[in-house]
Ligand binder design. Structure first.
Ligand code: HEM
Length: 422
């Protein structure tokens, strides 16, 4: 299909890696605004690349069967997040079959279970927060780790929780780093894989598993074979690690509840606790707060876009963060306005913090509904917690992937019930 539009300019300068690392989340969007385009050509890590932003670019990128994720992200990022042999590195029928493992776990009753488990774990943790200053950056990952382990029905002793929390958090925190932080992330990832293998080995021997663990053990790939121990461990971590990652969105929600308090109070005033309004706040957090800046793809099936022929193997980076702030797709895009989500869902390709396109067949994050369910529960729990926000640096840096609020989002939790209305 020929997809026309303005042509794709080339950036001056030989390579943009340094500028991307310096400007981070804003790199693609700022360049596009300056050039009056939604795509440009440059080099990253000395490789030619097309960077593209906005809903039309997302629709180009997510056309079925067009892109592979193989060779499309730095090896260091792949190794810490998805890892080799995981669903994201597969294409075609093999990908579809493996993806079924994740989608099967996202049935409404499983989302409801996740929500309930998070509510219980939050309640238990919040009981210990009363009368204290709590840094959410430090406290929320353990709540999420406990939630992830229970939701996947992975048995762990109390003594293990701290190790699992450190491992699952480090994989996310170090994915955009180089140097000591990356080495620590790799060490903890390797330790976590060894632990996941032992969990699966024990479950296979003892039998009687239910939930996610049972689904992994029963899984059959497109060729009819089951997952070997290494593949099963990688996919178990592909469930546990991102559930812990949702904790970052919950910390961002705490940031939004403070910084954008007026907009949120206005939105909730008419119908406090209304699930649609909580969901609208969650969507606004996912739209505006930084998580993954871009997703990389390499062309599998040649196509033409903006008058340019894209050959097999070409590299494209789609701007996930900037698309949420696209001036054509969103009215006053910088404003935190939950109301914009109450009139209906976003236009196709406009809200893509977790990727876009088809949920059944493409690479769009299969955990998106789970993320939204957990984030909504996190927002409800924050609204029910009696706390105030002491003075602190609330800046969120844009040159670290992904960032925390500068001071970790500290809150002074009131003594007493700890979970009373605000
Ligand atoms: C903070 C929340 C999350 C964010 C920001 C996020 C973001 C993403 C992104 C950007 C992708 C890549 C999409 C692409 O390649 O086009 C992805 C893929 C994936 N995510 Fe998530 N995700 C989150 C939560 C989850 C959860 C809760 C799960 C499961 C429990 C999950 C499991 C996966 C898997 C398995 C893939 C690979 C899918 C495939 O290649 O088919 N994610 N996610």
């Amino acid at each position: 299909m020929q997809e026309n539009g303005p042509s794709i300019p080339r950036l001056p300068g030989f390579d943009s890696t340094a500028a991307f690392l310096r400007e981070g989340y804003d790199f693609v969007g700022a360049r596009c605004r300056k050039l009056g385009t939604d795509a440009f050509r440059t080099r990253m890590m000395l490789r030619p690349v097309t960077c593209a932003t906005g809903p039309e670019a997302a629709r180009m990128f997510y056309a079925p069967g067009r892109m592979t994720r193989r060779g499309a992200m730095p090896g260091s990022v792949v190794a810490l997040l998805q890892d080799r042999g995981s669903v994201q590195m597969l294409d075609g029928a093999a990908h579809r079959a493996r993806r079924g493992l994740f989608l099967d776990l996202m049935a409404p009753e499983r989302l409801e279970l996740a929500r309930r488990v998070l509510a219980e774990e939050w309640q238990a943790a919040a009981a210990g927060w009363q009368g204290r200053t709590v840094t959410l950056r430090d406290a929320v990952p353990e709540v999420m780790t406990r939630t992830a382990l229970r939701w996947c029905e992975v048995p762990v002793g109390e003594a293990e929780v701290a190790a699992r929390t450190a491992e699952l958090s480090a994989m996310i925190g170090a994915a955009g780093s180089i140097g000591p932080s990356y080495l620590r992330g790799s060490f903890l990832r390797a330790r976590s894989e060894r632990w996941a293998r032992s969990v699966l080995r024990r479950a296979r021997e003892e039998g009687g598993e239910t939930g996610a663990l049972a689904r992994i053990l029963a899984h059959r790939d497109a060729d009819g074979s089951g997952l070997d121990e290494a593949e099963a461990a990688v996919e178990l971590l592909n469930l546990l690690r991102p559930i812990v990652a949702v904790g970052r969105f919950i910390v961002f929600a705490a940031h939004a509840l403070h910084v954008h308090r007026d907009a949120i109070v206005r939105s909730l005033a008419e119908a406090p606790g209304d699930p649609a309004r909580i969901l609208a706040i969650a969507q606004e957090v996912r739209r505006l707060y930084p998580f993954f800046p871009v997703i990389g793809g390499r062309v599998l099936t040649p196509f033409t876009w903006r008058g340019r022929d894209f050959a097999a193997g070409e590299w494209i980076l789609l701007d996930l963060f900037g698309t949420g702030r696209d001036g054509g797709a969103w009215f006053l895009p910088e404003a935190f306005d939950p109301g914009r989500h109450l009139a209906g869902g976003p236009a196709a390709g406009a809200l893509i913090p977790q990727g876009g396109g088809d949920m059944a067949g493409g690479h769009r994050c299969p955990g998106e509904w789970l993320t939204v369910a957990l984030l909504c529960e996190g927002i409800r729990a924050l609204l029910a917690l009696d706390y105030r926000v002491p003075p602190q640096n609330l800046d969120i840096p844009h040159d670290h992937f992904p960032p925390w609020p500068h001071d970790g989002m500290r809150i002074d939790v009131a003594p007493g019930t700890g979970t009373a209305g605000r």
